[in-house]
Write a protein that binds this ligand. Structure first.
Ligand code: FE
Ligand code: CA
Length: 544
């Protein structure tokens, strides 16, 4: 049965919330038979029953295929094991939640070299169809998951969420609790799924151990994050499309450059550890699998959602040149370097070709760091700024404040935006994470040219939890940002949550949904603002 019809046959929204997640996670929440349940489990962590302690996930939807994921981990916070070197895992996918109308089933092998994770690429499926799936192994059965394939042909509506930045220590996953009850075609994760930071006993809830560097460190960190039942519920509820940002390895790394240091064999090994653990814990379709290698681990990929949306999912970390200007705030010549690259030559050519050849109504670009120019400064003296923003009180046209975002890579940004303008490529929407705050911006070839027309739109979603601008920044931000950035149409710096994209052939609408109290795991979410872009008119207009 089609998911929409399935939802329609239930009696309204409350019934939908009651239906999903089918009681499985509620039964699992607070009860676990894993050794890690004994003591010291951080706030909000309760695993599913072993060995499926980390739940299930689906990802990378095609019209006829989807990835089904799980990882066997009886001891999730301590390396996963003990388990045999290989374990046979069987899977079933069906049209109904009772798994009576079985469509496909099979077995696969979970092996120690991939942390007993499995990625089953189930094909032969029907487009735009909702499925239900379950794994079993070692005499146990996983929770139920729900997956949805991509549509094909004429599509009149898509609704998906985009999320980023879920620092476990910064707050609860109330956003995921709410998201799991949404009606969505898929979820897009734009990176910072984990943070490498060491344990902070003063935080809302603490990581375990030091800064992550080894493969085991990263694996245990993913397992800790997946210990939050709300995150597992959100994975089980929807098919996700995931990319990474910096914290899956380390804050603000660039290509093979660790922050503040030259490339080294040590960093290449660390990066490979982070990449491998990312793959092992997410439902991603990668031909090379977990051992794709330290040298290159290509994850940029393209998804066709019928004739409505052509989605290019980027990796702005792995191939970029080092941040200019020592990654400091302030205007500097390095940010204009024509040899700088954000995507690397291959990915950049791939993206420009995707944009040129797409015949979909909308071209989506899912990526990590803010593309719109952001200059702060010129704030009149009468405005008081929080200490952390005080350095931005500078006269004139303002200064670029973050060379980790596209502002540090002005030449490749201009190449991309000029490509859209020169080839009259319409209806491009860029979706961004990274900066833990909400932004809406018109993208232009020349951000300083008042007569340079908008040619695309950027929506930056805030974090699930990660800390944004300091408390009290909003008044200053809402005043200072329009002053030096007339192309920026909205900013909100202190709230967290997720964004919903509701897309039709006529218009793209993005709604920012924010959590009332990040310290309350059951906090509801409310609509903060909604913006629309009409086809052929790349100028975001606030509608709510
Ligand atoms: Fe982040
Ligand atoms: Ca980031």
């Amino acid at each position: 049965m089609d998911r929409r019809r399935f939802l329609q046959t239930s009696a309204g929204g409350a019934a939908v919330a009651a239906l999903w997640p089918f009681g499985m996670s509620r039964a699992a929440s607070g009860t676990t038979d894993t050794p890690d349940s004994v003591a010291g489990i951080p706030l909000g962590v309760a695993f599913d029953p072993a060995p499926f302690s980390l739940g299930v996930a689906s990802g990378d939807p095609l019209a006829d295929a989807v990835i089904l994921w799980t990882r066997l981990a009886p001891s999730p916070l301590a390396g996963g094991g003990p388990l045999p070197e290989t374990v046979e895992v069987s899977w079933t996918i069906a049209l109904d939640p009772d798994l009576n109308i079985v469509v496909r089933q099979g077995t696969t092998t979970a092996a120690v070299r991939s942390a007993h994770s499995v990625h089953v690429d189930v094909d032969g499926l029907e487009p735009a169809t909702t499925y239900y799936y379950r794994f079993s192994a070692l005499g146990a059965t996983s929770r139920l998951g729900r997956a949805r394939t991509a549509p094909i042909g004429s599509v009149d509506h898509l609704r998906f969420a985009f999320v980023s930045c879920q620092d476990f220590q910064a707050g609860s996953y109330a956003a995921y609790r709410a998201l799991a009850g949404e009606d969505l075609d898929f979820v897009l994760h734009l990176g910072d799924y984990i943070y490498e930071y060491p344990a902070d006993p003063g935080a809302y809830r603490s990581h375990i151990g030091g800064e992550t560097t080894t493969l085991d460190d990263y694996r245990n960190r993913y397992a800790l994050y997946k210990g939050d039942p709300a995150l597992r519920d959100a994975h089980a509820a929807f098919t996700w499309i995931c990319t990474w940002d910096d914290h899956e390895v380390v804050d603000n790394y660039a290509g093979t450059n660790p922050p503040g240091a030259p490339p080294s064999p040590e960093f290449e090994a660390r990066r490979a550890n982070g990449y491998q653990a990312w793959y092992e814990h997410l439902p991603v379709r990668l031909p090379g699998g977990a051992q794709a290698g330290a040298g290159s681990f290509p994850i940029h990929r393209r998804f066709q959602l019928g004739d409505l949306l052509d989605l290019s999912v980027l990796d702005t970390r792995q191939y970029r040149s080092d941040q200019p200007c020592g990654d400091n705030t302030g205007n500097c010549a390095g940010s204009l370097d024509p040899n700088a690259t954000m995507l690397g030559a291959d990915q950049e050519a791939w993206l420009l070709d995707n944009l040129s050849t797409s015949t979909a109504a909308w071209r989506g670009v899912a990526q990590q760091v803010m593309m719109a120019q952001l200059k702060l400064g010129g704030l009149p003296d009468r405005f008081r700024l929080p200490e952390a923003l005080g350095r931005l009180r500078q006269a004139g046209e303002g200064v670029t404040v973050n060379h980790d975002q596209w502002d540090g890579y002005a030449a490749p940004r201009r190449r991309l935006l000029s490509h859209l303008a020169d080839n009259a490529i319409p209806d491009v929407v860029v979706l961004t994470g990274d900066i833990h705050s909400h932004w809406v911006a018109d993208l232009k070839v020349d951000f300083d040219g008042r007569r340079s027309p908008p040619i695309a739109t950027e929506f930056v979603g805030s974090s699930i939890t990660s800390t944004g601008f300091p408390k009290g920044s909003n008044l200053a931000l809402k005043t200072i940002v329009p002053h030096t950035n007339p192309h920026i149409r909205f900013v909100e710096g202190e709230r967290h949550g997720y964004a919903i994209a509701d897309v039709t052939p006529e218009r793209w609408e993005t709604t920012f949904r924010t959590v009332g109290d990040i310290t309350n795991p059951t906090s509801p979410v409310v609509d903060l603002a909604a913006f629309q872009v009409m086809r052929g008119r790349p100028r975001a207009i606030r509608v709510r």
